[in-house]
Design a protein around this ligand. Structure first.
Ligand SMILES: Cc1cc2nc3c(=O)[nH]c(=O)nc-3n(C[C@H](O)[C@H](O)[C@H](O)COP(=O)(O)O)c2cc1C
Length: 486
């Protein structure tokens, strides 16, 4: 283990304790007097096993478990081989203990034991994995990915490490060391992960453990997303640098992984460790999100006037633009109603159309109709009128030459996609058709071939409705689904 350098801080020089010493420091300061047994925890529906996470983390930090591991001949063999002169691991020893526990106690029970490491640098940790797998799962492989020329790119706004850091390593020396040690299960893959990962995927179907040790946002971000679909159920996702103070880019990438995959860690010390859930759990998680979005997809009747950022609007419009359309012609055209004159025209159009709408109401319904707060949409900060191009050039009239309504159907599917995308951003959304359509075309369309399809309003909601306001206010009964068989 290389000794840490002297550091000068506020004029004081000190040598930080080597991280190897931390477990004993923790024990000395610990007031823990009770049992070091970690009870078997209730199994959660997720694949992570908190009982295992506590056992590894708590016991390594506060008990003499590490002494037992240090006395283990297999650990010693792997650790010694991993600490050569030019080829060595810079991982603190607690992390080696932790990896040893994951491999010997968990990995062997999984359907796949291949290990992949993103960022192998001097190769010591990869050798550690190879020695262990050689004994415990001789048909499995270790894939060590690195440029062996240092960090390929870094983002100065996020990463402290710079392009070219960690270049003092060599693929050749690592290969030599492997041949000296008789290691044959270590696949050394040189290049940027983006260029080499496909090659690895062609060599194996899945992995049981991934060790992410590549320091920068873009590398960690690519590695975790690329490997995630290829992890077997229960596989270990281990971050080496996401908790390091010099790798906040790696931390951000890990945070994004947590948010986008809704995972929770099994262990937070000495490593962040996550487990791959089974497909069933993934399905129930995504079902949960989908159900939430559908439940919250209600017409917003009351908006806050707070602005919505341009980035959010751009991103939901982009999601909308992925909606299905006849002949893929994407006939929707969006006009943002922004200027005070245009907003006034919109208002006038709505109120005169609403007068006509009201004239159709039965007498007893007028006051309930007024309680629906239908004009609430006018206070939303974003007002978009949506038109359909009725003569789109894209798509060669495929699908609509004989059925022109399909063009409007496509725009409607895009509006619905926009609605769901807005809900996903915790925005409110209102869809309105109470307008004179011809007037909307005259006033806002940019071409004579555009037909008004809908007006939508977007902003932050000032109320949460879980059922249609028409039903809550008693204006209307719940409409039952009509289904027939013939
Ligand atoms: C094609 C279409 C046109 C609509 N037009 C109006 C409208 O002119 N005014 C209005 O207040 N709501 C309008 N809505 C919203 C419906 O009133 C609302 O979806 C319905 O009452 C069910 O409520 P919910 O969306 O909250 O579930 C429209 C919805 C659709 C799909």
């Amino acid at each position: 283990m290389p000794k840490l350098k002297q550091i000068e801080f506020l004029g004081i020089e000190f040598t930080p304790p080597c991280r190897d010493e931390l477990p004993s420091l923790a024990r000395k300061n610990s007031r823990w007097q009770g049992s070091t047994e970690i009870p078997e925890m209730e199994k959660s529906e997720k694949r992570r096993n908190l009982s295992e996470g506590y056992r590894r983390g708590w016991m390594l930090q506060n008990t003499s478990l590490y002494l037992k591991i240090e006395q283990n001949p297999l650990f010693n063999e792997a650790y010694e081989k991993a600490q050569g002169v030019d080829v060595f691991s810079i991982l603190p020893k607690q992390r080696m203990f932790n990896l040893f526990l994951m491999i010997t106690e968990g990995l062997l029970g999984l359907e796949n034991q291949n290990i992949i490491e993103f960022g192998s640098y001097k190769g010591g940790t990869a050798i550690f994995f190879s020695v262990l797998l050689n004994r415990l799962s001789p048909n499995s492989k270790v894939f060590a990915l690195d440029t062996f020329e240092g960090i390929p790119t870094s983002d100065s706004a996020l990463d402290l490490h710079k392009k070219g850091d960690f270049a003092d390593c060599s693929r050749k020396i690592l290969e030599q060391r492997c041949s000296e040690l008789g290691i044959t299960n270590l696949m050394i893959i040189q290049g940027k992960f983006q260029d080499t990962f496909m090659q690895v995927k062609n060599m194996t179907e899945s992995f049981g453990l991934v060790h992410i040790d590549c320091d920068t946002y873009s590398s960690v971000s690519f590695a975790q997303e690329a490997v995630w679909p290829n992890l077997c159920t229960g596989a270990y996702l281990v971050y080496d640098d996401a908790d390091s103070s010099s790798c906040l880019g790696a931390t951000q990438a890990m945070e994004e992984m947590i948010i986008s995959h809704r995972i929770h860690c099994e262990q937070a010390w000495p490593h962040f460790v996550f487990r791959k859930e089974s497909q069933n759990v993934m399905k129930s998680l995504t079902n949960g999100i989908f159900n939430d979005i559908l439940q919250n997809r209600r017409q917003t009747r009351l908006f806050k006037t707070d602005p919505v950022s341009k980035d959010i609007l751009d991103s939901i419009l982009l999601q909308m633009h992925g909606a299905p359309s006849v002949g893929n012609c994407k006939p929707w055209r969006i006009v943002e109603i922004k200027s005070p004159q245009s907003l006034l025209l919109l208002k006038e159009n709505y109120f005169s159309a609403n007068k006509i709408t009201k004239s159709f109401l039965p007498k007893g319904k007028v006051s309930a109709y007024n309680n629906l707060n239908l004009e609430g949409f006018l206070s939303a900060p974003i007002q978009l009128s949506v038109f359909t191009e009725t003569k789109p050039s894209a798509g060669f009239r495929q699908g609509w030459a004989t059925f022109p309504d399909a063009l409007k159907h496509s725009t409607i599917s895009a509006i619905h996609t926009l609605w769901l995308a807005a809900i996903n951003e915790n925005l409110g959304f209102a869809w309105n058709s109470t307008f004179y359509a011809k007037k909307m075309e005259e006033q806002f369309a940019r071409s004579g071939t555009w037909e008004f399809t809908a007006h939508v309003s977007i902003g932050f909601p000032a109320e949460k409705l879980l059922r249609p306001r028409h039903e809550i206010t008693g204006f209307q009964e719940d409409q039952k689904l009509e289904r027939y068989e013939v």
